[in-house]
Design a protein around this ligand. Structure first.
Ligand code: SF4
Length: 397
C-alpha cells in the first residue's frame, strides 16, 4: 500500500533527551503487558485513560513519571541519556517516536509528532528522502498494533461530516485534499497568526457545507462559551500539576460543566490577555512553527474520525483550531508575563517558548482521547457554530 509522506518536513534525532522528560507516555494494553512481564509481574505506575470500545485508538493508560518530571526508566542527562528498558519492553510510543501512521483506504499516512524538539525545529533530513526508515517504522507499528490497520481502514467507511451526517469516503477525500492544499499555501507567509486565520476560514466553509447538506439552520453559539472553552483548555493543557486520578478528558468536562452551571466565569487568563492587549512581535520562525504544526496534523489526519476520537470532520477541524489557539495564547501569556517582569524577549527566546508550548500541547493531545459520549457531544455542539473560531481568533489577536 502507498506510503503518503508530507513534503516540507525534516527529522533527525538531535539527542536532546526531552522526549523522556515532562511528557506523558501513552500505553496500549500490549505495552502494559510487555512492561509488566519485564518487571516480573510487578504493578506498573500508570494513570488509566477513559476508553470506549469501538474507537480505533488503543491507548489505555499513561505511564506515571518521577517527581523530577523524568520517566522512571530514564537514566543520565542530556547527551548521555539512556533507557533502562530492553527494546522489546519499551512502550510503542518510545520505539516509534516521533513517527506516526494511519491506515486509510487511499494509502498510509505517515506523520511526525511535534512533541519532538527536532520536529519543532525542522531539524535533519527531509522526510521525503527517508523512505527506508519510514518503512522500517511502519512495519514495527504494524507488528506492535496487530489488527489495527484493518480496523482503522474500516472506520473510514463510517465518517461523518458533522454529528449524525454521514460522509462517504469518496466525498470526504476531495474535501481533505482541498483543505490540505489551502493550508499548505500559507506555509512560509509572514502574516501574524496566519495558520489560525486559515483554519478559522476553512472551518467556516466546512460548517456552511454541513448546514446546507443537513438542511439545518446555522446554529449561533453563545459568547460566554467561547471564553469558557479558552479558559478551560488553557488551564487543563498547561496545568503543571497532575489532577489526582482524573484524566485530561475528565478535567475538561468537569471544568466546562462548572462553567455551564454557573455562567459567572472567573476568567483569570483571558482577562489578563484582554487587559494587556499586546501583539506578539512579528516572527517568521514563530509563524512557520505554528503553520507546520497545523499542516502536519491535517495531513496525517490525526484530528477527526479514525485519527482522533471518532469526531466528525467539522468538530475535528474545530478542535484542531482550538489546540493551535491555546498554544498561541499560552505563548502570548508568556510574552506578557516576561514584559511584566521587565524582560523583553528576543525572537530566539520567543521561538524557544513557542517550541516548549507546542510540544506541551502535542504531548497532551496525543494521550487525550474523548472516549465518553458526553465529551464527544460537547465538542460536536461547540463546533455547530460556524463563527466560533473567528470570534475565538478575535480574542487571541
Ligand atoms: S520508557 Fe524509556 S524511552 Fe520511553 S520515556 Fe521512559 S526512559 Fe524514555
Amino acid at each position: 500500500m502507498k506510503l503518503l509522506v508530507a513534503p516540507g518536513f525534516n527529522f533527525s534525532c538531535s539527542r536532546c533527551g526531552h522526549c523522556c522528560n515532562s511528557y506523558p507516555v501513552p500505553l496500549t494494553a500490549l505495552d502494559l503487558e510487555r512492561l509488566q512481564s519485564a518487571e516480573g509481574g510487578q504493578p506498573i505506575p500508570v494513570r488509566r485513560l477513559t476508553s470506549e470500545p469501538g474507537l480505533s485508538q488503543s491507548f489505555k493508560a499513561v505511564l506515571l513519571k518521577g517527581d523530577d518530571g523524568f520517566c522512571n526508566y530514564f537514566e543520565g542527562s542530556a547527551g548521555s541519556s539512556r533507557c533502562l528498558l530492553q527494546d522489546t519492553a519499551k512502550p510503542q510510543m518510545c520505539r516509534l517516536f516521533p513517527f506516526t501512521f494511519l491506515h486509510a483506504p487511499d494509502g498510509i499516512l505517515s506523520g511526525l509528532s511535534f512533541s519532538s524538539t527536532a520536529v519543532c525545529l525542522n531539524f535533519g533530513e527531509p522526510l521525503t528522502s527517508q523512505t527506508a526508515t519510514l518503512e522500517q517504522m511502519l512495519s514495527l507499528f504494524e507488528e506492535l498494533n496487530p489488527g489495527l490497520k484493518d480496523k482503522t481502514k474500516a472506520e473510514f467507511s463510517r465518517l461523518t461530516l458533522a454529528a449524525d451526517l454521514p460522509l462517504s469516503f469518496d466525498l470526504y477525500l476531495p474535501l481533505q485534499k482541498t483543505m490540505e492544499e489551502e493550508l499548505w499555501q500559507i506555509m512560509g507567509r509572514k502574516q501574524r497568526a496566519i495558520a489560525l486565520q486559515a483554519l478559522a476560514l476553512l472551518f467556516g466553509n466546512l460548517r456552511e457545507m454541513a448546514d446546507n447538506y443537513g438542511g439545518i439552520a446555522p446554529q449561533p453559539g453563545e459568547v460566554w462559551f467561547d471564553l469558557a472553552l479558552i479558559e478551560t483548555y488553557l488551564a487543563c493543557f498547561f496545568s503543571e500539576r497532575e489532577e489526582g486520578s482524573l484524566s485530561l478528558e475528565e478535567q475538561l468536562i468537569n471544568q466546562l460543566t462548572i462553567f455551564s452551571q454557573e455562567r459567572q466565569l472567573p476568567m483569570p487568563l483571558t482577562a489578563r490577555l484582554q487587559s494587556a492587549s499586546l501583539d506578539l512581535p512579528a516572527s517568521v520562525l514563530l509563524e512557520d512553527l505554528f503553520a507546520r504544526f497545523a499542516c502536519m496534523r491535517l495531513f496525517a489526519r490525526l484530528y477527526f474520525g479514525p485519527g482522533f476520537s471518532g469526531l466528525s470532520l467539522t468538530a475535528g477541524l474545530g478542535h484542531l483550531f482550538l489546540m493551535l489557539l491555546v498554544a498561541y495564547l499560552r505563548v502570548k501569556l508568556d510574552y506578557v508575563e516576561a514584559l511584566e517582569n521587565g524582560i523583553e524577549m528576543s525572537e530566539e527566546a520567543l521561538f524557544e517558548t513557542a517550541v516548549r508550548r507546542i510540544r506541551q500541547v502535542e504531548g497532551k493531545w496525543t494521550s487525550l482521547r474523548y472516549g465518553s459520549r458526553e465529551a464527544i457531544n460537547m465538542l460536536e455542539l461547540a463546533f455547530l457554530d460556524g463563527l466560533r473560531p473567528l470570534r475565538l481568533l478575535d480574542l487571541a489577536l
